[in-house]
Design a protein around this ligand. Structure first.
Ligand code: FMN
Ligand code: ATP
Length: 303
């Protein structure tokens, strides 16, 4: 069965039960989240469901500069792969955020929830006042053991920290897939061409960018995959940009691709972005990036 998506307001929780449900932000749909979904699905006496909030609470409450790993569209895409029966997306506004513990629990009952699968720190209702103990009074509650990775409990915040530190490998490992960003290809300053490395400039909007630097990436366009080398940063050597840029030199590719939506998946971090003394030094280093990348690709292809 295909996952069915149901949008929830504060009141329209109609019975689709009996249901085993997990709740959370699920930003990143990381290995910790994936374990929850697997446990939800393991109960054959009910249908399976996940309830998430859109927008993310930190966005609603206007935390400065808060960015999510996944847009809601990407989250839906990844959750579809988890093969749960229902995804409930709560329209997270101030009314929804004000639901009391009792109101929230009544809504869950109206939805047909009989069992909740959650991590030990799960919270719900106004200011996160609802806890596992409140749920236990009404439902069969399954508290899932912490999923550990890199010696810590896996969490969205930890994965973001790893991406910011340039520890791409660990981040990808804890996500269970290669971190990716979707965006439009926009017009750049066309300087790349004159360096011998034409690049697709990606309009990454409010996506969460990994640490500045050069990365081997997979570049998906028109449902095809090409390898590419991505630079994230301010281009300190030529054409300094105040806002961070994300651009990809696509290997063995010469099509003009403005305005298309593409996906950039981060495979390997190659180096920091650097300020060179001359254009020539930058070009030399970019040649070196290409050699490193082509070698990495060979080793990936062997596996
Ligand atoms: C593989 C690659 C590595 C890059 N490394 C650096 C770098 O270390 N330092 C830097 O200032 N710019 C770096 N750049 C950015 C180039 O300077 C950039 O492509 C050029 O400024 C063209 O930008 P444009 O989009 O404005 O035409 C790199 C670009 C690529 C594709
Ligand atoms: N590593 C983990 N092991 C077990 N359960 C987890 C793990 N990470 C999250 N959960 C559970 O998954 C549900 C959703 O978690 P949620 O996405 O809200 O937070 P998170 O992944 O811990 O990220 P954040 O860093 O934003 O708190 C919750 O019930 C939470 O307890």
């Amino acid at each position: 069965m295909m996952m069915e998506i149901i949008k929830l307001s504060t009141t329209n929780w109609n019975n689709v039960g009996p249901l085993t449900l997990t709740i959370g932000n699920f930003d990143g749909v990381h290995l910790g989240h994936q374990k929850l979904f697997n446990i939800v699905k393991s109960y054959k006496d009910t249908k399976s469901g996940a309830l998430t909030l859109d927008p993310h609470p930190q966005v609603l409450f206007g935390r400065d500069g808060f960015q999510t790993l996944l847009s809601i569209e990407n989250k839906i895409e990844l959750l579809k792969e988890e093969n749960i029966d229902y995804l409930f997306i709560a329209d997270f506004n101030h009314d929804f955020a004000s639901l009391s513990i009792d109101e929230f629990i009544q809504n869950l009952k109206d939805l047909g929830v009989v069992r909740m699968v959650i991590g030990r720190d799960a919270r719900f209702a106004k200011n996160g006042s609802g806890t596992i103990n409140d749920l236990k009074v009404h439902f069969d509650v399954v508290v899932v053991d912490d999923v550990i990775g890199s010696n810590h409990r896996i969490s969205t915040s930890m994965i973001k920290e790893l991406l910011l530190k340039g520890e791409l490998h660990s981040a990808n490992e804890l996500l269970g897939y290669e971190y990716f960003i979707d965006g439009y290809v926009e017009h750049g300053n066309k300087v790349g061409k004159t360096l011998g490395f034409p690049t697709a400039n990606i309009q990454y909007k409010d996506s969460f960018l990994p640490k500045n630097g050069v990365y081997l990436v997979k570049f998906f366009i028109d449902s095809k995959m090409h390898f590419g080398i991505c630079n994230i940063g301010n281009n300190p050597t030529v054409n300094y940009s105040k806002t961070r840029k994300m651009e990809v030199y696509i290997l063995d590719y010469d099509k003009i691709i403005y305005d298309k939506i593409v996906r950039v998946s981060f495979v390997e971090r190659i180096r920091d972005e650097m300020k060179f003394n001359s254009k020539e030094e930058l070009i030399d280093e970019m040649h070196n990036d290409e050699i490193i990348s082509r070698n990495l690709i060979k080793s990936i292809k062997i596996w």
